[in-house]
Design a protein around this ligand. Structure first.
Ligand SMILES: [Zn+2]
Ligand SMILES: [Zn+2]
Ligand SMILES: [Zn+2]
Ligand SMILES: [Zn+2]
Length: 190
């Protein structure tokens, strides 16, 4: 076990050395790199996709992940993070948020939800990246899936069931979306 670890680490270091000119070039161009939590080389590229949503991808071992920075709803600590497909637990207090709709409410920025003005919102939308049902909320002027953290500039609407969705809507009247059968499916049993 230890021997493989050493071998892997040796391999990672060698790969890092060969990528170093490229990485240094990217740093000069403004890219940010951190030490990778898996292979420990400084090849983990950090990108802020939208405010407070960062993605990490290691050029050496391809370890990747996303994190959304949030303020703890109980103690207000701003150094807290949620990861895709995961609940939230604060490490400053004992606040825990679990469950899809609870995480949705935690991240969602639609201030009118639940009121009369919230009725014509185009969220919650369905996510076509993770097939999540009603997982996409409003976030920083765009849309964010609270399941897989995919970010979208716009959402469309299924032309058959009228559910808001993130994927291509062009043929949805006939084919339906991930969550309905469309005209063709609806009439298939006739
Ligand atoms: Zn790595
Ligand atoms: Zn807290
Ligand atoms: Zn998703
Ligand atoms: Zn549909």
């Amino acid at each position: 076990m230890e021997r493989t670890l050493i071998a892997n680490n040796h391999y990672a270091k060698a790969k890092y050395e060969s990528l170093k000119p490229k990485i240094e070039g990217m740093k000069t161009g403004g890219s940010v790199f951190e030490d990778c939590p898996r292979c420990y080389t400084n090849a983990c590229q950090v990108e802020e996709e939208v405010p407070r949503l960062t993605s990490r991808r290691c050029l050496v071992c391809f370890h990747s992940g996303m994190q959304l920075q949030i303020d703890c709803p109980e103690c207000g600590d701003s150094d807290q993070y949620v990861e895709p497909y995961d609940g939230f637990s604060c490490d400053k207090c004992d606040c825990e948020v679990k469950g899809d709709s609870e995480i949705f409410d935690l991240i969602d920025q639609n201030r009118y939800r639940g009121t009369k003005d919230g009725l014509d919102a185009d969220t919650p939308a369905n996510c076509d990246e993770c097939q999540g049902y009603h997982t996409v909320c409003e976030y920083e002027g765009g849309y964010l899936c609270t399941n897989c953290f995919a970010h979208f500039d716009a959402v469309g609407q299924c032309q058959w069931c009228n559910d808001p969705m993130t994927g291509e809507t062009e043929h949805t009247y006939v084919t339906g979306c991930e969550h309905c059968e469309g005209y063709a499916g609806h009439h298939a049993d006739d």
